[in-house]
Design a binder for this molecule. Structure first.
Ligand code: G1P
Length: 297
């Protein structure tokens, strides 16, 4: 049985230029979906999957993230005094255990593979998860938990996967499928951001990974790939055919690309509609504006 996965890397060093000017002073990962920062969704998913150590790969200008994960005794005391128990509970649920979070700086923006490699000394020789907080996944059972369960059977390396339209495949890492076993596929090749006509399939990698420590050794040697960056996809592909095979996992759930404005807005609406306190008002508003726009056509 493969070793338990207890560490996760969260690459959060990106500049978030697609969200300028907001990201001039606010890290993208702190931007809120309804009332929770993007990064909180990633942390909650990791916790549900049994992760105990959280490693953030950050960059200049991301210190708001460290503050966010700190306890805020003053605010807690104020809420307690005012008897705001529900809010106090919400606030405390975001507190992280002392020593559970580590921050590593990626000094140069050399790509996702490089960001993961920056955390190598904290991972040492065990399997680890990688969560890209931009990919928010709404699911009954959180995506990483689904993967941890599947990984307990397969071992090796596992990447979350999802079918995308053929003309969108070039925005992703794309899998070449060897054997399709339903939710799990074994992988015979992986290409980062292929040209549409060169994509081996339309099964795309989504930002959840469970990786063998061999990937960190591969990253020692990997040269820059697509877009001139050191790609995680290339380091995983280098394990194909080794003792650590690569699997794709078709997760159950809905993925939102919160790295794009449209995806962020869609996630905001979907998460708000899932909330008892917001659903009715928002649904009514959405039907009013949709009727108004139909009438205007
Ligand atoms: C990254 C990965 C890519 C993956 C994608 C999923 O790309 O490099 O393989 O398909 O995340 O969101 P990025 O979107 O950071 O360019």
């Amino acid at each position: 049985m493969p070793k338990k996965v207890t560490k996760a890397i969260f690459p959060v060093a990106g500049m978030g230029t697609r969200f300028l000017p907001a990201t001039k002073s606010v890290p993208k990962e702190i931007m809120t979906l309804v009332d929770r920062p993007l990064v909180q969704y990633a942390i909650d998913e990791a916790r549900a999957a049994g992760i105990k150590e959280f490693i953030f790969v950050t960059s200049r200008g991301k210190s708001a993230l460290e503050d966010y994960f700190d306890h805020n005794p003053f605010l807690e005391q104020e809420l307690r005094k005012k008897g705001k128990d529900e809010l106090l509970k919400t606030l405390k649920s975001t507190n992280m255990e002392s020593g559970a979070i580590a921050y590593i700086r990626q000094h140069r923006a050399l790509g996702l593979g490089h960001a993961v490699w920056c955390a190598r000394r904290l991972i040492a020789n065990e399997p680890f998860a990688v969560i890209l907080p931009d990919d928010v996944i709404a699911a009954e059972k959180p995506c990483l938990q689904q993967m941890v369960e599947a990984y307990a059977e397969t071992g090796g390396n596992m990447v979350a996967a999802m079918e995308v339209p053929h003309d969108k495949a070039s925005a992703y890492g794309v899998l070449d499928v060897d054997e399709d076993m339903g939710s799990v596929v074994s992988v015979s090749g992986m290409v980062e951001k292929p040209k549409a006509e060169e994509a081996p399939s339309n099964l795309a990698v989504i930002g959840r990974y469970i990786l063998s420590p061999s990937i960190l050794r591969n990253l020692d040697k990997i040269k820059s790939g697509a877009g001139g960056e050191i790609q995680l996809t290339d380091a995983i592909a280098a394990d194909i055919g080794s003792d650590n095979p690569v699997y794709g996992y078709r997760f159950r759930g809905e993925r939102f690309d919160c790295g794009s404005k449209a995806g962020f807005l869609q996630a905001t609406v979907a998460f708000a509609l899932a909330r008892d306190d917001l659903r009715d008002d928002l649904a009514e508003f959405l039907s009013t504006i949709s009727n108004a726009s139909k009438a205007a056509q």
